[in-house]
Design a protein around this ligand. Sequence first.
Ligand code: NDP
Ligand code: 8X3
Length: 252
Amino acid sequence: MKKIVLITGATSGIGEACAYKFAKEGWNIILTGRNEKRLDEVAAATRAMGAEVKTLVFDVRDRQAAKAAIESLEGEWATPDTLVNNAGLALGLNKEHEGDLDDWETMIDTNIKGLLTMTRLIVPRMVERDRGHVINIGSIAGDAAYAGGNVYCATKSAVKALTDGLRIDLAETSVRVTNIKPGLVETNFSVTRFHGDKERADNVYRGIRPLTGEDIADTVYYAAAAPDHVQIAEVTILATHQANVNVICRKE
Ligand code: NDP
Ligand code: 8X3
């Protein structure tokens, strides 16, 4: 029987690349996201690769919508083998004392509370079956702060703590828990961060060859496909010319 992965934020970037990678490797897929049209496009592309695909349209910040969506899954689909908690975003790069409170709330509600909601909905089913895998997309931003990163970095520090905590809480079960921590990945991430300012977004990747969503999807899949007794706890992935959040060697 084919394994099933549920991916949040599958309409773009790393989540979308994960959908194609898991489809290529013969998995069935539950794609979730807010943009129904994009979800349908990714679903069509992954079905063309041979996957059976379900789509669930909801915002991870909407607890009731998330609950209703997960409760609509039936049979083998109700308990995915792997949950990829990917949906997330950064908004702004303001100094902390000058930050936008609405942006802060959106990041905290999505990156922390949305991830927790999905974990709370899916993991009890994995525990009951004594099999499963939660892969959280954290970030090197969770390891150290950078100028203007403040609240986004805090949310990714929270992802690290929540991932480590979940791993401890599930150690008596066969459910595995992984934190994938990328550095610079060229996706829609920076366009979102700068509220649609593409020129400013492009500047983030100036003079360096960044990672791609596909690079991260390969690592996510590596963790998911490891033998059941192997738990990849944490992986940091950097572009070759990035040493940490604050050291990026740009070739002008
Ligand atoms: P993208 O902007 O390309 O993709 C983000 C995805 O998350 C989109 O599908 C987006 O959907 C979805 N999303 C955002 N908010 C919500 C929400 N409230 N409910 C449901 N879905 C939502 O960026 P990335 O692919 O780069 O980002 C994916 C993850 O990777 C994030 O958690 C990010 O923090 C993390 N990351 C990114 C890095 C990078 O440099 N790009 C590095 C390290 C980590 P929609 O289109 O509807 O907004
Ligand atoms: C995204 C990576 O360094 O731009 O989490 O914050 S960074």
